[in-house]
Design a protein around this ligand. Structure first.
Ligand code: SIN
Ligand code: CO
Length: 347
């Protein structure tokens, strides 16, 4: 009852999961739940889960003193679930270490501790459930029992009797989250006056090219990323520079233009114009040459990328004799809205 009450509060993160055993269908409802959410509920096959219960309940928070062998900041929260008999959230993997403590009731845990389990997910359910699950272990937990699961170990808990499970979760930050946060942290300390500079800028041989001097100036502006290889740095820089201070976005089309269809249109005299909001650039520095438009990076041979950048209007007079591959790139840019057809007399 306490858990159900908590699940009705705005501040609590809760989920109610019902398994329709006959069809193996899953129904997920996220909180806050209305007071009558449990009215007329079946006797079996459902679980109510509430996260962060240690924040709202002193007794639950008291469990944490048994975990003093771990740095407190590694512990995320204590999630409490109530499962009716048969209740389960399906076979899944978690990305973090978890200690599952059985409260009242009993629960059967099937665990697959094999070396390289198949982690493919079902695509027919809202929950992240495994398509295949083959247990190597089968344990039934009684009140007071504890099961530790490392990250990435497939598991499936099924309530035998109605019961409570207390999950002490240790969700670790992803490297991506750490990197983004560090970048923001470092950026906060940098004054606006410190910018990318190019006092050595020489007249451009192609004004749309991102060349090695530009890449090295980006390195000089951000010493922390200087060791990154050209290929990953230029892919980022091209995307960033063509998005930087863009005044808006071109409207993408829902349709898919076929390259040969586009070619026929241009043969009829039509031309392709750069969208005024599109910023074009290209670079041959990466592991493959790239054409950049407003953050989009398309593989494209340098000669053709330079051609597309250089002509703010493209028709057959510019495109005749170009390798076939250019038409797929042009079609993609038309669908993204960065190139749009205009009437011309270029037949
Ligand atoms: C539960 O408490 O019902 C599920 C916990 C889990 O498998 O992560
Ligand atoms: Co889990």
């Amino acid at each position: 009852d306490d858990l159900a009450g908590l699940a009705c509060e705005d501040f609590a993160l809760s989920r109610l999961i019902v398994h329709h055993a006959a069809s193996d269908g899953w129904q997920v409802r996220t909180g806050p739940l209305p007071e009558d959410a449990f009215d007329g509920f079946p006797e079996r096959d459902w679980t109510l889960l509430v996260q962060d219960v240690d924040r709202w309940d002193r007794d639950v928070a008291g469990l944490l003193r048994h975990f003093a062998f771990l740095p407190r900041w590694r512990i995320d929260d204590i999630m409490v679930s109530f499962a009716a008999p048969g209740g389960s959230v399906g076979a899944h993997v978690d990305q973090y270490d978890v200690f599952l403590i059985q409260g009242m009731g009993t629960r059967r845990w099937l665990v697959d501790s094999s070396d390289a389990p198949d982690l493919a997910m079902r695509d027919d359910v809202e929950l992240k459930l495994l398509r295949q699950f083959n247990a190597t272990h089968d344990w039934t937990l009684q009140p007071g029992d504890l099961l530790y699961l490392p990250p990435g170990v497939p598991h499936h808990g099924i309530a035998i009797e109605a019961g409570l499970t207390f999950s002490v979760g240790m969700r670790a930050p992803s490297r991506a989250e750490m990197l983004v946060d560090l970048a923001e942290h470092l950026a906060e300390a940098l004054p606006e006056s410190q910018r990318y500079t190019d006092p050595d800028l020489a007249p451009a041989s192609d004004p749309f090219e991102i060349d090695s001097s530009a890449l090295n100036r980006a390195r000089a502006a951000m010493p922390a990323i200087a060791p990154l290889p050209d290929a990953s740095l230029v892919r980022w820089l091209g995307g960033f520079l063509t998005r930087y201070r863009s005044a808006g976005e071109a409207a993408a089309s829902d349709e898919v233009t076929r390259p040969e269809q586009l070619k026929a249109t241009l043969h009829n005299g039509c031309r392709l114009s750069h969208h005024p909001l599109a910023r074009f650039a290209w670079s041959g520095l990466g592991d493959e040459p790239l054409l950049f438009v407003n953050g989009l990076a398309l593989p494209c041979p340098t000669t053709q990328a330079a051609l597309i950048c250089r002509h703010s209007e493209l028709g057959m007079s510019e495109l005749a004799g170009q390798p076939e591959i250019i038409w797929a790139t042009l079609a993609r840019l038309v669908d993204s809205g960065y190139l749009f057809p205009v009437e011309g007399n270029d037949a």
